[in-house]
Design a protein around this ligand. Sequence first.
Ligand code: IMP
Length: 195
Amino acid sequence: MKLVLATHNPGKIREFSQMASGDDIELLPMPDDLDPEETGATFLENAIIKASAAAKATNLPAVADDSGLEIDALEGRPGIRSARYVPGSDADRRLKILEEMSEVPDGKRQAAFVCAMAFCSPDGAVLNTTEQRWHGTIGFEERGQNGFGYDPIFNLIGRDETSAMITNEEKNTLSHRGQAWREMLDFIRSAELPV
Ligand code: IMP
């Protein structure tokens, strides 16, 4: 079955395809000229905007994810603004978080990566949604070279490692995105959609 993944990022297509490797699903990128504006107030609203736009533009079923980091001590920031919390690079945004968190003691540094996902039929109607969280804590410094975004400052629960210190395979089994995509795959398998 052909399914559009509402992204222009080939890395994301690869990651999602690997996790669906046992399924008869071919993931296609969103058309180059389509760039839906993420005007939603929540991760889920943004995922629905992207999936619905990609489905209608291609006349194929489409899935979209929207994700980010929520930090309890910062009242949920950076949240849906994770990718653009401060201008500059991912490293600039990590530094900003480390600065904002510098006085927050151990025990009050809880955070979660959140991933909302929406699946739409070719007419743009929402068929299923899910939202999954990967709980951790914010470190006092960067550690690890893998991953992207906020991974070097996201400490895993019960382990002396950040999400930038584990392999891609392990991250897929633990992460917010991996959990959400597996849940969505269960729905797609059981929904008996037309091929
Ligand atoms: P997107 O919605 O997947 O594009 O992610 C939005 C932003 O959230 C990214 O630019 C990252 O800053 C952050 N983010 C989402 N998922 C992760 C992750 O798995 N590791 C690190 N940062 C993430």
